[in-house]
Design a protein around this ligand. Structure first.
Ligand code: HEM
Length: 479
């Protein structure tokens, strides 16, 4: 039976890497997190000339598309066939699991469309600008903390420090909470967020238990998500109550409450849904931006000429704008180029996917993708393909300077995904990273700590992280 089901792709002329009976390639994607990236990289190398290859999640066919033109059809032109994401079906009835199921990134169909429409205005340039001072405060704390560590003449693990910075920033911008992980080391907020981000290994077993015996699961009053979720549920509920009583702060929570206040949005946003989006901002915004900052500081420490060039641009910007301003940061061209080149070399999300909702025939080769099949986008491999990026492993920010941008082939650079379901907070994440990097480079020269000139990558939970951190020596800038 398994052989017959796993014959789906070969019978359609699509190549497939070897998988396991029944399980297919599911274990490669989820269980052996460390090798997930290698698995995608090897398959891309092997199959990209035929523009696609097939895989199986148990018996569900997954099509990995390697051709940018085809990806444009799936992600943008024919989005009405691919608007959904994989349905994890984790609605156990327990409040913790219901909260997680309400997250925008887990919604599909009309529910996703309506919620995304309500949330999109939260991320306009004007709203992001209003959060600039909150981000600057946290970046100042980051620099103070890091320079204090550096003064003890020991290398600093910038992955840890950037993680604390993004945690404090997102807690402040999403919840209005002063989490202060840069001050207090053993902070409850950070501990709970870490557990949510790195769920215990038995979570997969719980998911399987719920899939196969849902009635027993409910009878035993179990939940898939860990109790740490309750910390955020309680905190968000209390904060919402305070805000509804009139306290305002100009953060995401205020903006979501404002959006909900509009009569047409009332149905879309129950209290639990609001709590859920605030928690989602933490889950989606904490590690991703910290990882971007970690990789960019590593690359700048490794490429000291680019580091100095960037510092010069920052000094000029400060001179022209009379300080670090929102406008100055958003207009700095080399700063933008350095971050985009970092995201090309190390896209935190190395793969993304869509669920086909209506049977679709690819115009490029006539292959039919059936409703219920998954389509994956091998972001990392496209970013490293020498067809699209000459000298792909080199850090060359100039590729992203305005005068060279026209040379970039569309759909070969997608660190934030693409199309209507791309990252909703892209501009916020870039602003946050720009503020932190500017403040850091104006204060410190970055050098790789001895013995730390190579990174080991770990790919788990769909994210790439530097496994052993990013160890840097920070020298105060003499000027
Ligand atoms: C460098 C930082 C970040 C990177 C690289 C990143 C990357 C991504 C990617 C690749 C996707 C999937 C897009 C697609 O499939 O087309 C995504 C979705 C999403 N991201 Fe981000 N992200 C970052 C920061 C953030 C932050 C700071 C937040 C929240 C404050 C956030 C919230 C979201 C949400 C809510 C979605 C789901 C959108 C939807 O389903 O409609 N992200 N992100």
């Amino acid at each position: 039976y398994s052989k017959w089901r796993h014959n789906y792709w070969s019978s359609r002329g699509v190549s497939c890497p070897p998988g396991l009976p029944f399980i297919g390639h599911f274990h490669k994607e989820y269980f052996v997190g460390k090798n997930a990236l290698d698995f995608y990289v090897q398959n891309y190398k092997k199959f990209h000339k035929s523009m696609m290859y097939g895989m199986y999640d148990f018996f569900k066919p997954v099509l990995v598309i390697c051709d940018p033109e085809m990806l444009k059809n799936v992600l943008v032109k024919d989005f009405d066939h691919f608007g959904d994401l994989r349905d994890f079906n984790l609605r156990t009835g327990n409040e913790r699991d219901e909260m997680v199921s309400e997250m925008l990134s887990l919604k599909n169909g009309a529910e996703w469309k309506n919620l995304r429409a309500v949330m999109t205005p939260t991320f306009t340039s004007g709203k992001i600008k209003s959060m600039f001072p909150l981000v600057c405060d946290k970046a100042d704390a980051l620099i103070k903390f890091s320079m204090k560590q550096a003064a003890q003449n020991t290398p600093v693990d910038m992955k840890v420090n950037f993680g604390r910075f993004t945690m404090d920033t997102i807690a402040s911008c999403a919840f209005g909470i002063e989490c202060n992980s840069l001050v207090e080391e053993n902070n409850e907020f950070t501990r709970c967020a870490d557990v949510i981000f790195n769920p215990p290994p038995h979570t997969v077993l719980k998911i399987l238990f719920f899939r196969f015996l849902p009635k027993l699961f409910r009878l035993l009053n179990l939940s898939i998500n860990p109790p740490e979720n309750d910390f955020f549920i309680d905190m968000a509920k209390q904060t919402i109550a305070l805000r509804e009583a009139g306290q305002r702060r100009g953060d995401f929570l205020d903006l979501l409450l404002e959006a909900r206040g509009k009569a047409s949005n009332k149905q879309e946003m129950s209290d639990l849904c609001l709590v859920s989006q605030s928690v989602l901002f933490i889950v989606a915004g904490y590690q991703t931006t910290a990882v971007l900052l970690s990789f960019s500081s590593f690359l700048l420490a490794k490429n000291k000429d680019q580091q100095q060039r960037l510092r010069d641009e920052m000094r000029q910007m400060v001179e022209e704008h009379g300080g670090i301003t929102y406008q100055g940061i958003m207009e700095a061209k080399l700063l933008e180029a350095c971050l985009q080149e970092t995201l090309r070399l190390y896209p935190p999300a190395f793969v993304t996917e869509r669920l086909c909702t209506k049977t679709y025939t690819l115009p490029n080769n006539g292959l039919t993708i059936k409703a219920g099949n998954l389509v994956q986008v091998p972001i990392w491999s496209l970013h490293h393909d020498p067809q699209y990026w000459p000298d792909p492993e080199a850090f060359i920010p100039d590729r992203f300077l305005p005068e060279n941008k026209a040379d970039i082939i569309p759909f070969t650079h997608m660190p934030f995904g693409m199309g209507p379901r791309n990252c909703i907070a892209m501009r916020f994440a870039l602003m946050e990273a720009k503020v932190a990097l500017t403040k850091l480079l104006l204060q410190a020269e970055l050098e790789l700590a001895p013995g730390h000139d190579k990174l080991t990558l770990l790919s788990g939970n769909g994210l790439i992280i530097p496994q052993d951190g990013v160890m840097l020596v920070l020298r105060p800038v003499s000027e």
